[in-house]
Design a protein around this ligand. Sequence first.
Ligand SMILES: Cc1cc2nc3c(=O)[nH]c(=O)nc-3n(C[C@H](O)[C@H](O)[C@H](O)COP(=O)(O)OP(=O)(O)OC[C@H]3O[C@@H](n4cnc5c(N)ncnc54)[C@H](O)[C@@H]3O)c2cc1C
Length: 421
Amino acid sequence: MHADLAIVGAGTAGAALAFFAAKRGLRVVCLERRAAREAGARWVNGVPGWAFDAAGLDRPRDAEVFGAGHEMHLLAGFGPRRVTIRGHDVLELDMRALVERLQRSAREHGATLVENARVLEFDGRTLDTSAGRVTARWYADASGLAGARLLEQARVNATDLCAAAQEVRAVSDLAGARAFFERHQIDAGHTACFTGVAGGFSVINVRLAGDRVGILTGSIPGAGHPAGQAILDRFVADQKWIGARLFGGARAIPLRRPLDVLARGNVALIGDAACQVFSAHGSGIGAGMIAARLLADALAEGREPHDYAVAWHRQYGGLFATFDSFRRFSQSLGERDLDRMMAAGLLDEHSARAGLEQRVPRPTPGAVIGALRGVATERRLALRLVPALARGAAAAAHYARYPDDPRALGEWSARAARIMG
Ligand SMILES: Cc1cc2nc3c(=O)[nH]c(=O)nc-3n(C[C@H](O)[C@H](O)[C@H](O)COP(=O)(O)OP(=O)(O)OC[C@H]3O[C@@H](n4cnc5c(N)ncnc54)[C@H](O)[C@@H]3O)c2cc1C
């Protein structure tokens, strides 16, 4: 089989790329090791609405939307201290429906999606797959964290891996469910996000949606904490109002900053395969879809895969590196630290909203004054937080200078590593 572009993986990033590239007139083959209906994320994910606009995709509707417009209550441990984010732009999506839309759109525009075709080897010119050999002018690795590794990407360190689980379950006792949210002073239908419940960067996120409940958990087992699935199972066992599992899944998410090398020669990486994940909460859907769009545009316009890397890193690399610097700091925070940060105003609605929406924070003068007061009252925490923020600011400036010439990447990467520490 021969194509202009061969894509490995038909999850969000791969299916989006197949759609964009086919729409721009390229002959596309997309290889998926599973059945198409089992590809990619099979659970509910929070994705900022702006990511769809940036990728040029219609915003989700109907069956794709599990929830929208709810408040997010970020609690230190199990509370009562909290930061509440209202009116944010993050949609809760049933990823099964979104992946299906992207795959369908790709097929409608002429892309060939080959199911149950596992890529076994790549010698730089040919993909050896369980369904035969495939050659192409360009290759894209959208096969996720544990995928085909077309550029022999380095493995992610255990302390930079989040083990996450998400399930949608039936509610067996609605009164019990309401009582649970009432106890935490949250109106039913809004999100309770209990943070720092099993070490730094751990979370139990719960929202009632009619007669169903969405539960998301995550943590870093490499730092000695229980995995997301174990946290979820324990939570469900403790909460007698939660009933049978309807759908969901569990997997590792790479949390490190996106790879410096997103493309080499005729090969590009997108999505989790490129660690394009907003690591402050392990979100890769928006970044992967945008990467797909930038890559498809570059190839369709006769530019090189490296030009996509330049476009993605200059626009988003600094933002992702900045929040990764914050993520590394937050990994060292326990439940009590979070409580004190919230009490001191070092974590407030402005900064939490920016993190949730994957945007650069634009604090109001009032928020800046509040944060400065917080620095004065919580010196010990501030001494750890301020260097992390300074590293992020330096990284943002550096990513804006991501080199046009791939030969300058070695030097650029070395400096990025020095900045990020
Ligand atoms: C429980 C959980 C909750 C999450 N919550 C959020 C969230 O709220 N918001 C958010 O944005 N992100 C979230 N994420 C992360 C998000 O799901 C991932 O970032 C996203 O799915 C990555 O998409 P992808 O297309 O790059 O890779 P994947 O979804 O991993 O898709 C890769 C595809 O490649 C296929 N494949 C792999 N190897 C091969 C091979 N050798 N040959 C052929 N095919 C292959 C796989 O079968 C798979 O279908 C969450 C993740 C988990 C686990």
